[in-house]
Design a protein around this ligand. Structure first.
Ligand code: MRU
Length: 348
């Protein structure tokens, strides 16, 4: 995909406004870290790795704009807190802010101009590393995509949701680039329509055949044998493999299990929260019910009716066939495998 979801330019953070896609390609030029926080909250940028990158760039931007080193630590903490308070579920957001904090504290005694450059460089490293990680995820997962199959995906775990390339869509891209030919079914993904607007747009640009369905169509297609594999992204994976992803993922996983269809999650290791033992401890974002009620500017619900909007759900590990990461495809029992790979990470 040629369009970049986010980049640093001349002391500003440029963020592609994903709410306007595919109709318009418009960048929001953030001059202050509070604007970056706002773009995360209001879904202009979304997808776990992408909001992690945005938060890191927001931290760098906040420090970049400081005119003096007066009360530096206090002001740095405030910047981090504002970006932390944007969305609660995606682990990559907290992981990226922690990484920026480490960089800050290891260079705290440098001059302010030096510190600014260190932080800006770190944010750009997070972005570049994410793209490289996505490519490895693609390489590791592409053997699962056999010629002639139909793959179902939910929401958007593509280039737009990451630094570029994508996780679930990265696997599909890598397979396609290797010459394997297959079809994709994309769930619409109510209410932000990440599947219909973003996944379909990305796949169309690659020339990968894609058909959009309503979220509730998946079971019917599975019953007819029309789906061979499900692959989705993740917002947070607990240490036992339980996975939070876009609302509706849990239902798909159960349907896939019932119909004997392999169900894969593709995610970078930074999505795994080793401090959370299981999915019940993952904080699930609840967004305003009125976001469900509007189709564009038009309210389609009766005035005054209640609407309940959980943005994510948790798929228990027992429904997951494998987790495709940059370190390889993790298979059950996940707890043991995640533990082993995380130790490998710590030891470099
Ligand atoms: O609410 P969103 O659009 O941020 O939700 C995004 C998802 O659920 C994605 O599947 C997930 O973040 C993985 S992105 C590689």
């Amino acid at each position: 995909m040629k369009v970049k979801p986010i980049f640093w330019v001349e002391g500003e953070v440029a963020i592609l406004d994903q709410r306007l896609l595919p109709e318009k390609v418009v960048y929001i030029r953030c001059k202050r870290y509070q604007q970056v926080a706002q773009t995360i909250k209001n879904m202009a940028i979304r997808g776990a790795p992408a909001i992690g990158i945005a938060a890191a760039m927001g931290v760098a931007l906040g420090v970049w704009k400081l005119k003096s080193a007066r009360r530096l630590e206090e002001r740095f903490q405030k910047i981090c807190q504002t970006l932390t308070n944007t969305r609660p579920t995606a682990h990559n957001l907290f992981w990226a802010i922690e990484r920026m904090k480490k960089r800050f504290y290891s260079h705290k005694n440098s001059s302010l101009p030096e510190l600014k450059r260190y932080l800006q460089k770190e944010a750009e490293n997070i972005l570049e590393e994410d793209i490289a990680t996505n490519r490895k995820i693609g390489e590791n997962g592409k053997r699962l995509i056999k010629a002639g199959i139909t793959v179902l995906t939910h929401c958007n775990a593509g280039a737009l949701a990451t630094g570029g390339y994508g996780t679930a869509l990265g696997v599909l891209r890598a397979a396609w680039e290797s010459g394997v030919r297959f079809k994709v079914i994309a769930d619409e993904t109510r209410p932000y329509l990440q599947g219909a607007r973003l996944t379909a747009w990305e796949l169309q640009q690659e020339g990968i055949p894609v058909t959009i369905i309503t979220d509730s169509t998946a079971g019917y297609l599975m019953a007819q044998g029309k789906i061979n594999l499900v692959i989705v992204g993740a917002d947070r994976i607990a240490a036992n493999g339980d996975t939070a992803n876009k609302i509706g993922t849990y239902s798909l996983a159960i349907l896939a299990k019932h119909h004997n269809i392999p169900f894969y999650v593709a995610a970078p290791f930074s999505t795994i929260d080793l401090n959370i033992a299981n999915g019940q401890q993952i904080p699930i974002e609840k967004r305003p019910g009125k976001e469900l009620a509007y189709l564009g500017k038009k309210c389609i619900y009766p005035q005054g009716v209640n609407a309940l909007y959980y943005a994510f759900d948790v798929t228990p590990a027992r429904y997951i066939t494998g987790i495709i990461t940059e370190k390889g495809v993790i298979e059950p029992p996940f707890k043991k495998a995640i533990n082993r790979l995380s130790r490998r990470r710590q030891n470099g």
